[in-house]
Design a protein around this ligand. Structure first.
Ligand SMILES: [Ca+2]
Length: 391
């Protein structure tokens, strides 16, 4: 039986996408999408935003050796983590998602198998994450504070070191990790590392820098951008920013089969989801894998790259800074053994653009309109956005 799962985000984008006129760009689709949400937010203005409380967030701890190997962590049993020597990693999901999601568990397993002494804490904030997007995006601030408070207590009351903590978050979870970092800094503690997996762009890209994920939220803020044209944050916003496959169109995400509705749906969330699949793979291969090179500019017309300055995307020890890019395989294993040259990548992106255009021509008129917009934006879109030097 063919899988057909209509993600709520996807449903909105499909409606917004196919009902737009041909000449509308991806940016316009997104703008229209969030205008709809703004409308809902205005209508529900009477419902005051209520602060998210600790009991709406569940922390599930996983570790390899010490008993219990799995436990729900509350304020009254934080002592369970006393004596932990390795990293303590929080994994936080995004909008409409939850802490038992398959990718969260896969990432947990990936960490546990690579780092024996690690403690992984899956954060579940499903209820505040299932509001209309604009409300869920506001909730990220409270969730960040709740995570920050817990980290603070583990440091102050249970003798863990602030340097042990790594906060990993996808989409709104990336923004949450930033808020946790800001909250801790008010108490004089700076996180060593945040890993933001395609951090949410909509409604955050219009905020001032201090109200969204930024390079000062931790000593190292690593950002993996995979869907800069829709759900992800476009511009560099970390100390080190990765743009796999150019940052918006991921290899293997352009499958379209006219007889399989799910294949039309999948490409829309596929780019955004790839960020966590890359990172799951990267955690298992921290060195000499998913190797990226530094670029200050990258688009179809011009590339300015330093092929001698490279870094592995899953290297949790790196303190390198800058904007890096890499290509991936279409499916797992995503890492390529050889670093692709800038010229090779340029050629590949042109081919991707052609493939999308070819596929779009096979589709019916209404769907075709939506997909063509994605194809068209490939040629007009600046894959890297502004480099930090241009800002
Ligand atoms: Ca995309």
């Amino acid at each position: 039986m063919k899988r057909f799962f209509l993600h709520p985000v996807t449903a909105f984008l499909i409606i917004a996408g196919v009902s737009c006129k041909m000449e509308t760009s991806n940016f316009d689709i997104r703008k229209e999408f969030f205008n709809i949400y703004k409308g809902i937010a205005v209508e529900t203005k009477a419902i005051t935003h209520t602060q998210v409380t600790r009991d709406q967030v569940t922390f599930t701890m996983y570790r390899n050796h010490q008993e219990p190997k799995e436990a729900i962590i509350k304020d009254n049993n934080l002592a369970l983590l006393e004596g932990s020597k390795g990293h303590v990693v929080f994994i936080t999901h995004g909008w409409t998602d939850h802490g038992d999601a398959e990718w969260v568990l896969e990432m947990k397993d990936s960490f546990l198998s690579t780092y024996p002494d690690i403690v992984v804490i899956a954060v579940d904030w499903r209820e505040p994450a299932r509001q209309v997007y604009s409300i869920s995006s506001i909730n990220t601030y409270d969730i960040g504070n709740i995570i920050g408070d817990t980290v603070g207590k583990l440091v102050d009351e249970h003798r863990l070191d602030i340097g042990q903590f790594i906060l990993v978050g996808h989409s709104l979870g990336g923004q949450i990790s930033g808020f946790a970092g800001k909250h801790l800094q008010k108490a004089g503690k700076k996180l060593q590392r945040i890993v933001a997996l395609d951090p949410a762009g909509p409604l955050f890209d219009v905020r001032p820098v201090d109200k969204r994920l930024n390079p000062t939220d931790a000593e190292v803020v690593e950002v993996i951008h995979t869907d800069t044209g829709s759900f992800g944050f476009k511009d560099p916003c970390g100390t080190i920013d990765f743009y796999p496959n150019g940052g918006d169109f991921q290899a293997g995400c352009t499958r379209i089969d006219v007889f399989d509705a799910s294949s039309i749906v999948d490409p829309i969330v596929c780019d955004h989801e790839r960020s966590y699949y890359y990172f799951i793979d990267a955690v298992q291969h921290p060195k000499d894998y998913l190797v990226a090179m530094e670029c200050t500019e990258w688009n179809f017309l011009r590339k300015v790259c330093n092929e001698s300055n490279t870094v592995s995307m899953g290297d949790l020890t790196t303190t390198q800074t800058g904007t890096f890019y890499l290509t991936t395989n279409k499916e797992k294993p995503y890492g390529k053994k050889v670093l692709e040259t800038a010229d090779g990548l340029l050629d590949k992106m042109d081919k991707t653009k052609e493939a999308i255009t070819d596929k779009a021509s096979e589709l019916g008129s209404s769907v075709k309109a939506g997909i063509s917009k994605m194809g068209k934006s490939l040629s007009s879109f600046n894959f890297f956005g502004k480099s930090s030097k241009e800002e």
